[in-house]
Design a protein around this ligand. Structure first.
Ligand code: KG4
Ligand code: ZN
Length: 333
């Protein structure tokens, strides 16, 4: 008999619901909260309220698009953490109520593991073990994935995440939040002609806060000489920022592949939508003979398909949560 799993994601500012059926995603609906752009970042209280408004219509839409009824659902997978606690509470409470009403099991999913499990939304699936560079607005990690439930954290950021580096640098240029996609777009028309120093961090860890400060000082210096500097050089500045971030990320990923001897390499998280990161990864894959796994764009940024897929692995193993389950803002990989 077919199995249907509803995934619910509400860890940050996107409310999403998806239906998984026997290894296939039938629907993946996302309600974006554009309201945060005007504040230059996600406002937690505003995010929680918007989740509250969006969650029922988004879940209904996912069920409808899948062409099923809620009575056919076999389990509900929800994001347990990490994330904003007020945002998580909305998704967890909704999942608990619906599971209780339908008398079906609940599955708590780690958002970071789900970003990695997004690679199992569509074939070809990576074989275990593989390396995954997870780059989002809140996290930057290199993980050795041994099985759907066994992860080894090889390196992570000591301060800002890669997405934050994009967003905060963009803010310095006067770009709206989230600036990552805008920098990506503007960089296409520019040339990486400005040099920013890269951090010297031991091992496979990352640091991005120094880069942000370096960019700030650079802009202040140039703006003193020419108050139109940012406006006149925006595309070139964006290309330079993007190239620096991509080089920092790939430098460590190449090292991780060399040190572990693993040639199956995947990327996940919102920043993996970045076109230069994708193109540079393809180059590295050619050079080092990697088997590369890059998810479809809609499975890179926050989405519920990845929650449903991660939930499906737990469903197979019978790993469920009861009605006492609670969100955990700082859940680790
Ligand atoms: O995974 P995600 O959707 O949410 C979190 O869990 O954080 O990642 C969001 C992050 C934001 O920082 C956003 O600026 C960045 O991903 N991002 C990008 C691109 N698309 C999204 N960064 C660079 N280039 C992009 N094309
Ligand atoms: Zn995410």
């Amino acid at each position: 008999m077919s199995k249907y799993i509803l995934g619910i994601e509400s860890s940050c500012d996107d409310t999403s619901a998806a239906i998984w059926k026997d290894g296939e995603i039938l629907s993946n609906c996302v309600a974006n909260q554009e309201i945060h752009a005007r504040y230059g970042g996600v406002v937690p209280e505003v995010a929680s309220r918007a989740h509250q408004q969006n969650i029922l219509p988004v879940v209904q839409q996912a069920i409808e698009q899948a062409g099923i009824t809620k009575k056919e659902l076999n389990a509900i997978a929800f994001t347990k953490g990490p994330g904003l606690i007020g945002s998580l509470i909305v998704g967890v409470s909704f999942a608990k109520s619906l599971a209780l009403a339908l008398d079906i099991p609940l599955i708590g999913v780690n958002h970071m593991q789900a970003h990695i499990m997004a690679h199992f939304a569509e074939k070809p699936y990576p074989e275990f073990p593989f390396l995954c560079l997870t780059v989002s607005g809140g996290h930057t990690q290199i993980v050795k994935v041994n099985s759907p439930f066994k992860y080894e954290l090889l390196g992570e950021t000591l301060d800002d995440a890669a997405g934050e580096a994009f967003d905060k640098s963009g803010k310095l240029l006067g770009l709206d939040y989230p600036a990552g996609p805008l920098i990506d777009k503007l960089a296409k028309e520019g040339e990486a002609k400005f040099e920013f120093s890269k951090p010297r961090i031991q091992g496979l860890n990352f640091s991005f806060s120094g880069l942000k400060t370096g960019i700030l000082y650079f802009l202040q210096k140039e703006m003193k000489k020419d108050s139109n500097f940012i406006e006149d050089n925006k595309a070139d500045i964006c290309a330079s920022i993007q190239q620096t971030i991509v080089q920092i990320l790939l430098g460590k990923l190449v090292r991780a592949a060399r040190e572990t001897g693993i040639k199956r390499v995947a990327i996940a998280g919102g920043v993996s939508a970045n076109s230069e990161l994708r193109a540079s990864l393809e180059e590295k894959a050619q050079k080092y003979n990697w088997n590369l796994f890059i998810p479809k764009f809609e499975y890179c940024t926050d989405n519920a398909a990845m929650i449903a897929v991660a939930g499906a692995f737990a469903f197979e193993e019978g790993i469920f949560e009861d009605q006492k389950t609670e969100p955990i803002a700082r859940l680790h990989v």
